[in-house]
Write a protein that binds this ligand. Structure first.
Ligand SMILES: Nc1nc2c(c(=O)[nH]1)N[C@H]1C(S)=C(S)[C@@H](COP(=O)(O)O)O[C@H]1N2
Ligand SMILES: [Mo]
Length: 221
């Protein structure tokens, strides 16, 4: 049961110390640098602000959609897999500077889940919560309606691994990767933006990656 991935995660706190001293200024200037390096994960770093996160499977995973909606819902992984899937290939960009070019993500458009739920007229924003019990994120309703914002079930053409926030993570393609909340468990429609975990600590709520990074604010799907 403990495969290479689990060993990599277990080793992450030790690797983190190495990275912090290794990267020095880079790690220091960015608080999201609480990280470890996953061996053989093609440039990705493993990020979690929680000390540990329970593993969820196809049997135990649930995604809840609630708040200012007419039809609150709770979905299993099988139900999410049965919905229309969108595949996007974009560059992943972390604010700390590392990036992973042309990474495929695939999943259900957030706008599809919102349409099923029936968003009420008073709605303005979305709050995302995670089953690590700590992390949160936010989007305006307008941002959440973009076609390049997904509840992602697949990353790098594999099911999203536990280390990368599986079985389901948020994927906000046009924004810095901290918007892409791992271990997604809750989508709550709200009447105003409630800043997420890093945003409480000073990060931009609107985290668009600039055009210089090869992205445009215009959705391409
Ligand atoms: N639940 C949760 N989601 C999170 C984070 C986190 O610490 N916890 N870190 C964010 C940051 S800063 C980045 S860069 C990416 C890292 O994703 P990865 O671990 O799959 O590389 O996850 C984002 N989503
Ligand atoms: Mo990040």
């Amino acid at each position: 049961m403990l495969g290479l991935g689990a060993a990599g995660v277990a080793a992450a706190p030790y690797v983190q110390n190495g990275i912090d001293s290794f990267l020095g200024a880079a790690a220091g200037k960015d608080p999201t640098g609480v990280t470890g390096l996953l061996p053989n994960s093609s440039g990705f770093r493993y990020y979690s602000v929680a000390a540990s996160t329970p593993k969820k499977t196809g049997q135990t995973y649930r995604l809840t959609v609630d708040g200012l909606v007419d039809r609150p819902a709770t979905y299993t992984l099988a139900q999410l897999r049965a919905m229309p899937q969108t595949r996007l290939v974009r560059d992943v960009q972390c604010v700390t500077g590392w990036r992973v070019p042309e990474t495929p993500f695939e999943g259900v458009q957030l706008s599809h889940l919102l349409a099923l739920a029936g968003v009420r007229p008073s709605a303005r924003a979305i709050r995302f919560t995670c089953f690590d019990g700590t992390y949160s994120e936010s989007l305006t309703l307008q941002q959440a309606g973009r076609k390049d914002v997904l509840a992602a079930l697949r990353m790098q053409d594999k099911d999203v691994t536990h280390a990368h926030g599986g079985p389901v993570r948020l994927y906000v393609a046009p924004m810095y990767f901290y918007k892409s909340a791992k271990w997604l468990s809750g989508i709550t429609v709200t009447d105003r933006v409630q800043p997420g975990y890093w945003e409480e600590l000073g990060y931009d709520v609107d985290a668009w990656v600039g055009r210089s990074n090869g992205r445009s604010d215009t959705p391409t799907v």
